[in-house]
Design a protein around this ligand. Structure first.
Ligand SMILES: Cc1cc2nc3c(=O)[nH]c(=O)nc-3n(C[C@H](O)[C@H](O)[C@H](O)COP(=O)(O)O)c2cc1C
Length: 146
């Protein structure tokens, strides 16, 4: 059994691509030491991130992330035990949807972001669908970076 936390946060207003590169660089390094995997999505100024791993480390890293001044309004959308990891091959996968919606999969993700907003993230099912859509975007595009 692994544990997952999905949260959403508001990126600081003047966040730059270099800031996100730096976040990813540190995340991959620290996550690999703790056996944490996951995915970070950047969309319309918001981050949505899933952290997967042992409950102890997932909670620990979430506590650190929550205090990070590069974002605010950090809010858990879902958390709990999972049968298996979705992003088991990524120390921290990254999707930037702010570049525009081109494929059906990207549209599906944008739609599930809207659903998360509508339900204010209270339904675990919605975040699950969201991550499956993101995951299948990876399958389609290979390693996705922008
Ligand atoms: C949106 C966002 C996502 C982050 N994701 C991770 C992550 O997955 N793993 C991680 O170790 N740090 C992540 N960080 C960075 C942490 O907040 C923190 O800066 C980093 O872990 C270094 O912490 P330390 O100086 O206490 O070692 C993230 C930060 C932000 C703003």
């Amino acid at each position: 059994m692994a544990y997952q936390i999905t949260y959403r946060s508001l990126a600081k207003k003047d966040i730059r691509p270099e800031d996100i590169d730096e976040i990813l660089r540190i995340s991959k390094k620290k996550n690999s030491l703790r056996g944490i995997t996951g995915c970070l999505v950047f969309n319309q100024g918001y981050f949505i991130q899933i952290l997967e791993g042992s409950e102890k480390y997932v909670r620990e890293v979430y506590t650190t992330i929550k205090l990070d001044p590069r974002h605010s309004l950090v809010e858990i959308l879902s958390e709990g035990e999972i049968e298996e990891r979705l992003f088991d091959k990524w120390e921290m996968a990254y999707v930037n949807l702010s570049g525009g919606i081109e494929t059906e999969k990207e549209q599906a993700i944008a739609t599930s972001v809207a659903e998360i907003d509508a339900h204010s993230g209270k339904f675990r099912h919605t975040t699950k669908v969201f991550w499956y859509n993101v995951y299948s975007l990876f399958q389609e595009k290979g390693f996705y970076r922008s």
